[in-house]
Design a protein around this ligand. Structure first.
Ligand code: UFG
Length: 329
């Protein structure tokens, strides 16, 4: 039995990964402080340890009790705008706590690590689609904190042979097609959930942050990737490392950019609702355009997105939002 430690396993991406690992016959164990995750996302039978990965004592106890083969590290703060306003919160949790996690892992002889990195490490693109070698000049503390972790992982490989795969997500979106889990936080800040909550009438209107970017319609362009396609990439990355593979960094997106306006228009089509919009100022820290070149992971690990269409991504997110609304969650 392969034991996999999932940090942040009660959160949006982590909870999808737990489902994927169970389906593939692995044994996930979750550490989550439930600061943004939800206990109700945990499938029956999956152990949940409620503490922060910054708590070295609790981590030590857990790693003494169970021999893990690999760690998948999802626990992090992810709001670009908030990171500009509260930078130390991001460096503390995303970098310092990751350092604690890696140091503790090393003490217990765990040499395999999969890291949730981000397109935000690139900053304003010099060219698109962005491949793995694109210059890394983050525009916000969120991206900077993740880039510091990538650097740390390279150094840990050189010093101790700890092998890692950094998966640089572009815009993770959508939900489990079967509706078992999805995106849920008290204050959603991501575009698709906000558009869908507006469609449901939970918000009277939504804002478009800036119409003066140098893009086709003036709104920011992003590359939306289905959450289950991200999870497939983690599974492949894990199998690569457990088979003795080398440390790698991969960009993960569909290679297709959509503007904020196009996303709202697609959400209107999928939901059949008007979705009231008001125009607002630019959100600090937002690059104009982020699109991934994901050919490397396709070539090296055979990854292929199963749900590349924006409408499908929004349909699955819509199914989840409606379900949550009805359940009052
Ligand atoms: N946006 C709006 N109105 C909203 C919410 C968002 O106009 O109510 C705009 C944003 O300004 C941005 C775009 O929609 O231009 C997407 O914003 P999100 O907040 O959904 O996502 P981000 O692009 O800011 O960030 C996400 C992840 C990061 C990741 C990044 C990479 O949160 O982890 O994608 O593309 F790094």
């Amino acid at each position: 039995m392969t034991n996999i430690l999932i940090t942040g396993g009660a959160g949006y991406i982590g909870s999808h990964m737990v489902l994927k690992l169970l389906e593939a016959g692995y044994h996930p164990v979750v550490v989550d402080d439930l600061s943004t995750g939800m206990e109700s996302f945990m499938p029956p039978g999956v152990p949940l340890h409620r503490f922060s990965i910054g708590d070295a004592d609790k981590l030590n106890q857990l790693l003494r009790a169970t021999q893990f083969d690999i760690v998948m590290h999802f626990a992090a703060f992810i709001e670009v705008g908030e990171s500009v306003k509260k930078p130390e919160k991001y460096y503390q949790n995303n970098f310092f706590n990751t350092l604690t996690l890696l140091h503790t892992m090393k003490q217990h002889g765990i040499n395999h690590f999969i890291f949730s990195s981000t397109a935000a490490i690139f900053g304003e693109p010099h060219y698109t689609p962005a491949d793995e070698n694109h210059p890394k000049q983050p525009l916000n503390p969120y991206g900077a904190s993740k880039l510091m972790c990538e650097q740390l992982l390279q150094d840990l490989d050189t010093a101790y042979g700890i092998k890692s795969v950094c998966l640089r997500y572009f815009n993770a979106a959508g939900a489990d097609p079967a509706g078992r889990t999805g995106y849920r936080t008290a204050n959603a800040s991501h575009l698709i959930p906000i558009a869908l909550q507006t469609a449901l009438g939970q918000r009277p209107h939504m804002e478009v942050y800036g119409r003066d970017y140098p893009t086709l319609d003036g709104t920011c362009i992003r590359d939306y990737i289905h959450i289950m396609d991200l999870c497939d990439a983690h599974l492949l990355a894990m199998q690569h490392l457990l088979a003795g593979g080398s440390s790698r960094q991969y960009n993960l997106g569909n290679g297709q950019g959509y503007s904020v306006q196009q996303v709202i228009d697609t959400a209107r089509q999928v939901t059949g609702q008007a979705i009231q919009v008001i125009d607002s100022a630019r959100r600090p820290g937002d690059p104009a355009k982020l699109v991934a070149d994901s050919r490397l992971i396709q070539q090296e690990l055979g990854w292929k997105p199963r749900y590349p269409e924006l409408a499908t991504i929004i349909e699955h997110a819509w199914k989840w939002e409606k379900q949550c609304y009805r359940a009052g969650c």
